[in-house]
Design a protein around this ligand. Structure first.
Ligand SMILES: Cc1cc2nc3c(=O)[nH]c(=O)nc-3n(C[C@H](O)[C@H](O)[C@H](O)COP(=O)(O)OP(=O)(O)OC[C@H]3O[C@@H](n4cnc5c(N)ncnc54)[C@H](O)[C@@H]3O)c2cc1C
Length: 458
């Protein structure tokens, strides 16, 4: 058995509280907290061999991918944010005061120096001309590129019929986290909209800050993208026991000024006073730059198996891209850190001439929600059926393997404890069948991934 994607396993470190898939451990060793850092005063060159738009994990991966093959070509990285690369996964812990800026920052400025890459912070790319291979910047300058990587990420979607655009916060950037943190007040009331990973993490962070938190979820379960109903129910009970109020199948209909201050009207008829409202109702790929240049865009920027867009010399990676799902082989957006990072590296190598296929990403989640770990991989949210093996009727540990046509396509585990379990060498997997393995005592997310890879390759 050849496991090509074991890097993902290492990414599941053991976060003490709320954080899912984190950057590899090694990233943290050269971490150096930085205050916001301005672009150098050195003038930009008129052209670069490589330009990367976006300095998240896909952009950083792009630099690493390029430099793994080309040590000479000139590289420019543009970011409209003013901070050095930081992990968004830790933003909720930043809000709760459990992670510092230093812990968030995973690439110091010397990373760019070492890689001889020019980093321009606070600089937005506003227009792309793929005919002339020119990128126009927010300050009016134009730079020419040899190869371009669009690693522009995604942005929160504000949904709902509300005047919620007013005074409703969302959590995507460090600046968002700073704003939420500044607004959080002990004893105050927070309304968090959205029961996905980010919504739950924000709810926990605000509860950690001493706020009374109501998590309002439109669907009938939390984690509807990552877990089945039973796992979600276990998590909901756990959150409630920890003091986070959860309203399922409920919408926030309006936000208005009441006599005593702001209040939200919920679809269950309640009128709840609120001091902070945070919306975490999903993200939308930042594909505007590509669309403006007539590059093919679906939900995200469409790429082929080498992460090339429909325009010559232009690549896309990370949350912004619609790339291959390893299990289904379908193309779609996969908004996960390790996937962005890996796509960035593959795109960077291909920009430097490697011509390598991108194997595809796997949906993976491993989160410690205040002592309850929910780990899932692949397609792990289906309804129960005869083709399903499961264990744990009403509480943790609960495990389930999702089978389709006799093959494992996903697995899920809920257990009590801190962090995630450590991986087991995959050589142990080979002798076991899918069901026996997934319901065996040593299951962890690394094994789930190895198993799925093995199963899919049959
Ligand atoms: C609160 C939170 C928690 C998360 N937790 C987890 C987790 O636990 N596990 C996990 O796997 N994933 C998690 N994620 C998702 C993960 O952070 C993303 O999948 C990942 O950051 C995507 O990387 P990216 O490089 O594609 O995009 P991003 O990290 O979004 O970076 C894109 C950058 O490009 C910039 N940009 C966009 N357009 C332009 C332009 N025109 N010019 C210049 N710059 C531009 C953006 O401002 C941004 O800085 C979390 C996300 C959030 C917000």
């Amino acid at each position: 058995m050849r496991i090509t994607r074991l890097s993902l396993i290492n990414i599941v470190t053991v976060p003490p509280s709320v954080a899912a898939i984190m950057p590899r451990k090694g990233h943290w060793q050269d971490m150096e907290g930085r205050a916001p850092h301005d672009a150098t005063s050195r003038p930009l060159e008129p052209s670069y061999d490589y330009i990367i738009v976006g300095n998240g994990p896909a952009g950083v991966g792009g630099v690493e991918g390029i430099r793994s093959l080309d040590t000479q070509g000139s590289v420019l990285v543009l970011s409209d944010e003013r901070d050095l690369p930081y992990t968004r996964c830790l933003l909720p812990r930043f809000i709760s005061g459990k992670a510092s800026l230093k812990e968030l920052t995973y690439r110091p400025s010397r990373f760019y120096e070492r890689n001889d890459a020019r980093l321009e912070l606070g600089q937005r790319a506003v227009h792309l001309d793929t005919e002339r291979r020119l990128l126009k910047l927010g300050d009016g300058r134009e730079v020419a590129y040899g190869k371009l990587l669009l690693a522009t990420g995604s942005s929160p979607v504000l949904r709902g019929p509300l005047g919620f655009a007013n005074g409703v916060m969302s959590l995507r950037t460090l600046d968002d986290a700073r704003a939420i943190s500044a607004a959080a007040m002990k004893g105050g009331r927070a309304l968090v909209l959205g029961g996905g990973l980010v919504g739950i993490a924000v709810a926990i962070a605000l509860a950690d800050r001493g706020m009374r938190v109501l998590l309002v979820v439109s669907s009938s379960q939390v984690l509807s993208q990552n877990a089945d109903r039973r796992a979600a129910d276990i998590l909901t009970s756990h959150l409630r026991a920890k003091g986070v109020e959860v309203a399922l199948a409920t919408d926030a209909l309006d936000l208005h000024e009441d006599v005593g201050g702001r209040a939200a009207i919920l679809s269950d008829g309640r009128n709840v006073p609120v001091d902070i409202v945070v919306s975490a109702k999903g993200v939308r790929p930042n594909a505007g730059l590509a669309a403006g240049a007539s590059i093919k865009v679906g939900k995200g920027i469409i790429v082929d198996d080498q992460l090339r867009t429909s325009a010559a010399h232009v690549y896309a990676a990370g949350d912004a891209a619609e790339a291959r799902d390893y299990i289904s082989s379908m193309h779609g957006t996969m908004t996960l850190w390790p996937i962005a990072s890996e796509q960035g590296r593959v795109a960077g190598r291909n920009m430097a001439g490697a011509g390598e296929p991108y194997a595809g990403g796997i949906q993976i989640c491993s989160v410690d929600f205040l002592g309850l770990v929910v780990a899932s991989i692949g397609e792990a949210r289906g309804a129960s059926g005869p083709d399903t093996a499961q264990e744990g009727a009403c509480g943790p540990p609960y495990r389930r393997v999702f089978m389709r046509e006799g093959r494992a396509v996903g697995a899920l585990e809920v257990l009590e404890g801190q962090g995630t379990r450590t991986s087991v060498p995959c050589t142990r997997i080979e002798a076991r069948s899918a069901r026996a393995l997934l319901l065996g005592p040593e299951l962890d997310i690394g094994m789930m991934e190895a198993l799925l890879l093995m199963d899919v390759r049959k």
